[in-house]
Design a binder for this molecule. Sequence first.
Ligand code: DGY
Length: 327
Amino acid sequence: MSQNKVFVTRELPAAALDRLAQHCELDVWGEFLPPDYAILLKKAQSLSGLLCLLTDRVDARLLAAAPQLKVLSNMAVGYDNIDVAEASARGIPVGNTPGVLTETSADFAFALLMAAARRIPEAQRYIKQGKWQTWHPTVLSGRDIYGACLGILGFGRIGQAVARRASGFGMRILTHSRGGSEERILAAGAEPCGLDELLRQSDFVSLHLPLTESTRHFIGARELSLMKPSAILINTARGGVIDQAALYEALRERAILAAALDVTDPEPIPLDNPLLRLDNCLVVPHIASASVATREKMAQMAVDNCIAGLRGERLPTCVNPEVYASR
Ligand code: DGY
C-alpha cells in the first residue's frame, strides 16, 4: 500500500519533523522563502496531508487540485490564509495551534506597547545618530504605562493574557468583544465597553481580533478619529484589521501619537511603504510568537494535527469540527 504523502512548507524544528516522518512519506520545503503557489498547486495533486504556514495561501483552487487530501494543518493560531469553508465542504479537517503561543504573543504585545510608550527604538536611534549630549529634562519623554487606560479589542486567549499583564501595571482595562461573556470580562478585571467609548477613553488600544470579512479594516479613519491624540495603537493580530492608509494619515497628522505593528498588510511590508518613514510608527516582522520554545510547541502541535488527520482521527485542535458531523 502506498504511503501517505505530506508536504511541509518550511523547515520546522527537527524533533517535530522526525516524528511526522514516522507516519508518512515526507517532503519538506527547504528554502527560506515559501513555495510559490504554482509549486503548491502541483504538489497538492498527490498529497494526503499539507502542513502549511500563514504565508501559504490555501484557496478553493488549491483544494480542488488535491483530491486525496485528508488533513490541512496550519502552524499558526490564525487561519485566514485558508479557505476553511471550502475545506469543510470537501470534508477536510483544518488544524491550528491555539494556546501554546498565548503567553508569548501577549508578552510581545506588551513589549510593543512599552517600546512605543517609552520611545525605545527612537532612543536607540538617538544614540546611534550621535545626538546624546547630556541628560535633559524633556528629551525622549514618553507616556506612562502604569495607571493608564488600555482598550483591548478581541478578548480571546491572547487578549485576556494581555489584560493579565496590564493588571500588573495598575492599568484600567476596557474591552469590546462581540463574542465575550460579560462574566469572563469582569473576572479578568476588565470592563465591557462600547467600541466608540473604548476608543475615546483608551491611552493604548491593542488589537487581538482574527482577520475575517467582518474585521477587515475594523480600525479605519472613523475609529482613528475617535482616539485621543496621545493614544498609541498596537497590532499583533493581522495587518488587514487596520486600514493602513488611514493609519498613515492619522500618524502623519498626529491625530494619534504612535502605532506599534507586528503585522502589516501585505507582509512583508514593502520598503517604500510610507509607514516606514514615520518616526511614530514602530514596525516589526510578525514575530509575536517567535520564542524558541513556543515555535517548537507550535510545530509539535501542527504535527499532532497532521498525524491525527492521516489516521482518520479527530484533530486535537480543529477549526472546522463540523466536518465530523457528516461522518
Ligand atoms: C499566529 O499563530 O496566527 C500568529 O500570527 C503567528 O504565530
